[in-house]
Ligand binder design. Sequence first.
Ligand code: SF4
Ligand code: SF4
Length: 317
Amino acid sequence: MNDFEKQVAGKKEEGLYSLRIDILQVNLGFRCNQQCGHCHLEASPERSEIMEWPTMELVLESAESFNCQLVDLTGGAPELNPHFRHFVKALRLKGLAVQVRTNLTVLLEPEMEDMPEFLRDHQVQLVASLPCYLEENVSAQRGEGVYHKSVEAIKRLNVMGYGFESGLSLKLVYNPGGSFLPPSQSALEEDYRRELGQRFGITFTSLLTITNMPLGRFRRKLVQQNQEKWYLDLLRKSFNPKTVEAVMCRHQISVGWDGRLYDCDFNLALGLPVNHGAPDHIKSFSKEALMKRRIVTGDHCFGCTAGFGSSCAGALV
Ligand code: SF4
Ligand code: SF4
C-alpha cells in the first residue's frame, strides 16, 4: 500500500475501491486553443491526439449498456474534435444526459459561432473554466485576452438561456492561482455572483472549486519554483477523512482519447490506466467488472482529499 492507501484504507480493505459508476467522463483529445499554466494534461494547439469515431461508437455502446447518468465530455477543448457535434447528437439520441467542459474562449473561434445554439438545442449541460472573477488572475493563468473573451462567451450563453433556464446549466470553475488550496466554495460563489453581475451583468448556475493537481504544467511550475515538495506536504497535511467517501473515482470512470480506461482524468494525465485486474479499454467495458474495482492511487490523490476536497464536480464537503 502507498501512503495515500494507508490514509484511506478501512480496517479490512487494502486501498481504495469504487462503489458504482454513475458518470462516464470522455476525453476527446488534448488539442486546445489555449495553453494554460495550470493544465494537468498539457493541452495546447499543437497537440494532435484526438478520439476517433470508432472509439466514440464503443463509448456510445458502453454508455447505453448501463444506467449511465451522465456522459461528461472533456479535453483539451472537446469542441475542437471534428466528430464533436456528431457524437453529442448520437449520445442525445440515445437519451443520455451530456455535459461539456468548455474553456469558453473556444466558442469565439472561427466556425464556432453557432456552437451555443447547438449546445442549447441538444440540452447539453456546461461546465466552464473561469479561474477568477478578476482579470489579472485569469490572465496570469490562462493568457492575455482570455478574461474578456470568456466574459463575451458567457454573455452569448446567457442569451441562449444558459445559467438561468431549467435544463441549461452553466457551472463556472475556479482554481487557485498558485500553490494554495481553494477557499469555501459557497462563499466564493457569492463573490463571483456579485462581481460578475455588477461588472458585466452575467449570470451562472453555480460555482465549482477545484484544487490544482501537482501534475503536468502546474507540476513543472512547482519544480521551477522549488515548491513541489512544499505543495505535496500541504496536500498531505490537509487530508480530510470526510472527503474519502465522495472522491470522484468511486463513482465515475474516464475514457482516454484512445479508448484506454482510467480511474480519473488525473490518472489519465499520468498514463496510469485502470489496473488490479479490471478491464482497461473501452472495447472490453463491463460495468460489473469495473464498478467495484480497486483504484490506482498515488501521492497526487492527496489533491482530492485536501481541505474541502476536490473533484470535477467541485468541493466534496
Ligand atoms: S486547462 Fe483547459 S483550457 Fe487550459 S490548456 Fe488545459 S484543457 Fe485547455
Ligand atoms: S486522483 Fe483520481 S484516483 Fe486519486 S483520489 Fe483523486 S480521483 Fe481518485
